[in-house]
Design a protein around this ligand. Structure first.
Ligand code: F6P
Ligand code: MN
Length: 314
């Protein structure tokens, strides 16, 4: 791939479809990724102008669904079905697998609008997607063939990987995603930390690890939205995000299929690491739709240090 994006220039913009074509991506996977990118245009429109109220339903985790969660889910589902290449779909907002076509090439797990409770205070939110070339979604994350997220912040950006590095795009005035950066890489060790969960519920290992990060001079950077928090660590190439095992929640809060696997795939593709504190996220065998796991994700050495503290102190 020789195309180089020139930030701010409209003369030579590489859009998402062209990027996928030039990296010789499979045509069906290209189609699928482009359909998801198209869906995000409608999702962003509903975030900007839609109803902020409750939908009157709750999801598998007992959380109240917002009208926006339900709408984003419907937008994405329709597009995935329309793509013609999908076998099975699993959304964080539904309780079961949607069987689309038995001969479909790909299966997709997604979180249509992560962090949706932040929309009413106008903070950034995102869509997260995990893709398998199989009818089976219950596989370790290392078998993903692609992962991506779309971040709805002051700008809309899209980050994807098909196993050939991590690439960042942003939406232009024509609502097309144009290339900002190819082959994003993370530094070995970082300078920021983004800690989820309540600190007085941290185990001794995590508490000691936080003190280690503070002494190292790391700055706290936490928005409460998984997509913007990961985006900051990944694209600045520095630091660590964690949502650890808590004293009252040994598996943390974040969901393996919809949140952890796709982000772990992207961060590993950028040279970073993603661990539960005891093992690689991408090696976990999913047991059920609602599996959760603790996560330490970001710069390689910072994740390894977390593993050391947890091995020693739990
Ligand atoms: O999906 C759940 C989520 O909203 C993530 O976006 C975010 O990282 C996390 O919850 C924040 O949880 P907490 O408020 O417990 O730190
Ligand atoms: Mn979520």
């Amino acid at each position: 791939m020789t195309a180089v994006a020139k930030p701010g220039s409209t003369k030579f913009q590489v859009d998402l479809r062209r990027h996928l074509r030039e990296t010789e991506e499979d045509r069906d996977l290209t189609r699928l990724i482009c359909e998801i990118a198209d869906a995000s245009k409608y999702i962003i429109n509903s975030i900007r102008t839609g109803d902020l109220g409750l939908a009157g339903t709750s999801n598998l985790y007992g959380e109240d669904q917002l009208a926006l969660d339900v709408l984003s889910d419907r937008i994405l589902r329709k597009r995935l079905i329309h793509s013609g290449v999908v076998a099975n779909i699993l959304s964080e907002e539904t309780t079961e697998i949607i069987k689309v076509a038995p001969d479909g090439k790909y299966s997709v797990a997604y979180d249509p609008l992560d962090g949706s409770s932040l929309v009413d205070v106008n903070l950034a939110v995102g869509t997260i997607v995990s893709i398998y070339e199989s009818t089976n979604i219950f596989q370790p994350g290392r078998n993903q063939v692609a992962a991506m997220y779309i971040l709805y912040g002051p700008r809309t950006s899209l980050v994807y990987s098909t196993g050939k590095g991590v690439h960042e795009f942003s939406m232009n005035q024509l609502m097309e995603f144009t290339l900002d950066r190819e082959n994003v890489k993370m530094k070995p060790s970082g300078s920021i930390y983004s800690p989820g969960g309540q600190r007085n519920l941290y185990t001794e290992g995590t508490e000691k690890y936080v003190r280690f990060l503070e002494e190292k001079g790391c700055k706290l950077r936490y928005s409460g939205g998984f997509v913007p928090d990961i985006n900051q660590v990944l694209l600045k190439g520095t630091g660590i995000f964690f949502y650890p095992h808590l004293r009252n929640k040994p598996n943390g809060k974040l969901r393996l299929l919809f949140e952890l696997n796709p982000m772990a795939y992207l961060v590993e593709q950028a040279g970073g690491k993603a661990s539960t504190g005891r093992q690689r996220i991408l090696d976990l065998q999913p047991q059920g739709i609602d599996d959760c796991a603790p996560i330490f994700i970001g710069c390689r050495e910072d994740v390894e240090k977390a593993e050391e503290f947890i091995a020693q102190f739990g």
